[in-house]
Design a protein around this ligand. Structure first.
Ligand SMILES: [Zn+2]
Ligand SMILES: [Zn+2]
Length: 304
């Protein structure tokens, strides 16, 4: 299985000389195994993925499955700029969590209403519409996909993908059920929600997890629906994952700040006596999964 990050930022695109290392585009990841293409979320990173797919397939059509975690802007705003969606030779299927189809369809229609955009969602010739995943999950070729509700205002789906003996969990927007940075004791409900989450991601080779804040910021942003480095490491260690990929970087965080959080995460993993690998998601980076061995290549984005 391979993963390629096209957008790693939360909330709003944040291009700046201070964000060139990790990137400024919002959530979008390309996942491949064999000829299967899955796309996780449609943040602004989707535009460059579209250019890359068009360069690869040229006039040949291709199939891809798009999984949408939720309809906050930073997870859907790239769709109107996804060039393959305009070509009827392509077959793009959009899936969301069980029970969310109507809401997702409405959000995608709304962002392409004439007052916002000149082309309507229904005019995208390459898009076969919005469907929802069954509660028990679904098989897409070699990929099995399961979902879980996350802790986020308005809801967000987490996805667990497995193919060829490798596994990735994608939890883009999630606030910890209980936080090790707060003195407040977790309730029984919070503890059982955390236990279910740990079970869902248990043993994953790669866990891509909302880590928007550091330990000083998080206590001032309770209820905003995002994670914190100390809690991300604690969850990854408890679930015995191979590699934690910190994701959904805060738009105000510079490359230097993310580097600082990354070092802190590695320190916390060492202090926990864990062999957990910690990295920060970086735009244009590709991860190749061969069991627990994860190889990273910094690849250049195809010229648009
Ligand atoms: Zn988000
Ligand atoms: Zn969100």
């Amino acid at each position: 299985m391979s993963l390629r990050f096209w957008g790693v930022r939360g909330s709003i695109p944040s291009p700046s000389p201070e964000t060139t290392r990790y990137g400024g585009n919002t959530s979008c990841i390309e996942v491949r195994f064999g000829d299967q293409i899955l796309i996780l979320d449609c943040g602004s990173g989707l535009r460059a993925l579209g250019a890359s797919l068009n360069a690869e397939f040229k006039t040949r059509g291709f199939n891809a499955t798009i999984l949408i975690s939720h309809t906050h802007w930073d997870h859907i705003q790239g769709l109107p700029f996804f060039a393959p969606a305009y070509a009827d030779r392509n077959h793009l299927r959009i899936f969301s969590q069980a029970g969310s189809r109507t809401r997702v369809q409405k959000a995608l229609n709304n962002q392409m209403e004439p007052m916002h955009f000149p082309v309507r969602f229904g005019e995208l010739a390459g898009v076969a519409g919005v469907d929802e995943l069954p509660k028990e999950g679904k098989q897409f070729g070699a990929f099995s996909v399961r979902t879980m509700n996350l802790n986020h205002p308005g809801g967000c789906a987490g996805f667990r993908l497995e193919a060829n003996g490798t596994s990735v969990a994608y939890l883009p927007d999630h606030e910890p059920y209980r936080s090790c940075t707060l003195s407040k004791k977790a309730t029984a409900d919070e503890q059982s929600a955390q236990a279910r989450l740990v079970k869902f991601v248990r043993g994953c080779d790669v866990l891509i997890l909302d880590t928007q804040y550091d330990e000083l910021e998080y206590p001032t942003r309770i209820g905003w629906g995002h994670g914190c480095i100390a809690d991300s490491v604690a969850t990854a260690v408890a679930a015995d994952v191979g590699e934690l990929v910190c994701f959904h970087h805060d738009p105000s965080h510079s490359d230097a700040k993310i580097n600082e959080m990354l070092l802190r995460g590695r320190q916390l993993a060492r202090e926990a006596g864990s062999r957990l690998h910690v990295r920060a998601a970086r735009e244009a980076e590709q991860l190749i999964l061969v069991g627990r061995r994860v190889a990273a290549n910094g690849l250049r984005i195809a010229a648009a």
